[in-house]
Design a protein around this ligand. Structure first.
Ligand SMILES: [Mg+2]
Length: 378
């Protein structure tokens, strides 16, 4: 799997990191670490790390630490975090004793061994813990660690390369992980060269609607301008196609490149609306677009052009553009337009409706870090 597609993980200890280190077996014993909500909320909103809990809770199930005593406060901790928009993708809690010598006991990697696969990028992942065993676990996983510690723990030489940050404040960890205070733009560039076309195209989904795609096909460029303006994506592109043959390859490949760029820019699609919808009127035409960045291509077309050409542009290529976009962006795309309208208006209304539906679908939901699917993946 390509490096950019591999998921980054924040492995997070519980006691000493989320809540004070003590036996948490009553609701009164829950005491949160300062700034944990603020920091984790920002990290959830502004980065694409998976949040994975890794905690040892020895003694649960014994007379002095009943399972019931452990479970209620544990659920309360997670529900409180969830209320602040902080949702763990995976929770691993080991109940063994040190003397059991189980591989799930930190710094053993038993609980999180599955993350040592090609799907995850350990070079860019971190363990957040308050003990050297947490940092040892980071080393064993091949990732690095944030040592959250107010007691001045001395980091041994063997772990100096593992500890990326030794701090007493969650805010330092948030600052480390979030490169700038503004939201990182979702951008992608696609270069697509075939025997029929050469295309270079860049997309910034969090733009302001600047840029042009120049294809050399006047009407098509006019339609692409509608996408830029109404999506508010910044899009720049140059398409050099075999126009001596006809417009077909240029239109198709531009759509494929644009769809690929949008898909790449969206990444894991965490925290986005996912669905977009627009009903748009343009003079004598009402166009409708419904769109779902579902990860699956599906295309439904309920449009009829009454003329074979719009100016010099073959009407059938409007449909072909959107179908091609749907396949490479991996989105469900439905388009319709009222019949008997002016053909230029019909095409333009469709492009505008499509762009505005996209704008809604890619919108980030404030405070939401999850993927908008019960499957957890889009
Ligand atoms: Mg701890």
């Amino acid at each position: 799997m390509a490096g950019n597609d591999r998921k980054k993980v924040l492995f997070i200890d519980r006691d000493g990191v989320i809540v004070r280190e003590r036996q948490v077996d009553t609701y009164e014993s829950i005491e949160y670490i300062p700034h944990v909500f603020e920091a984790l909320r920002e990290i959830s909103r502004k980065t694409d790390y998976l949040l994975v809990m890794v905690s040892n809770q020895d003694g649960v199930g014994t007379v002095s630490f009943s399972y019931e005593g452990f479970a209620g406060p544990a659920e309360r901790i997670f529900s409180t975090l969830k209320g602040e928009g902080i949702v763990f993708d995976d929770i691993n809690i080991d109940l063994s004793f040190p003397e059991d010598n189980l591989p799930t006991r930190k710094p053993g990697t038993g609980m999180i061994e599955g993350y040592r696969s090609d799907l995850y990028d350990m070079d860019k992942s971190f363990m957040i813990g308050d003990r050297l065993t947490d940092m040892m676990l980071a080393k064993n996983m091949g990732c690095r660690g944030f040592l959250l510690d107010s007691d001045g723990i001395e980091v041994p030489e063997e772990l100096s390369g593992t500890v990326a940050l030794h701090t007493s404040s969650w805010l330092d960890i948030a600052d480390y992980l979030i490169p700038s205070s503004s939201l990182k733009h979702r951008e992608a560039e696609v270069i697509r060269n075939t025997k029929e076309t050469e295309i270079k195209l860049s997309v910034d989904i969090d733009g302001t609607g600047d840029g042009h795609i120049v294809s050399g096909i006047g009407f098509f460029d006019h339609m692409l301008d509608q996408i830029v303006r109404h999506s508010r994506f910044d899009i720049d592109g140059v398409v050099k196609g075999d126009l001596q043959v006809d417009e077909h390859h240029s239109v198709e490949d531009t759509a494929l490149a644009l769809g690929e760029a949008v898909r790449k820019a969206l990444g894991e699609k965490r925290g986005i609306e996912r669905y977009g919808y627009e009903v748009l009127m343009m003079d004598d035409v009402v166009a409708t677009c419904s769109l779902d960045f579902s990860g699956r291509p599906e295309f439904i077309w309920d449009v009829e052009f009454t003329m074979e050409y719009i100016g010099q542009f073959p009407s059938e290529l409007v449909k072909h553009f959107f179908r091609s976009f749907s396949s490479s962006a991996e989105c469900n795309l439905y388009l319709s337009a009222t019949r008997a309208g002016n053909n230029h208006h019909t095409a333009e209304a469709l492009f505008k409706a499509f762009a505005r539906a996209m704008r809604k679908a890619v919108r980030r939901i404030p405070g939401e870090s999850r993927v908008s699917s019960t499957k957890g993946v889009l």
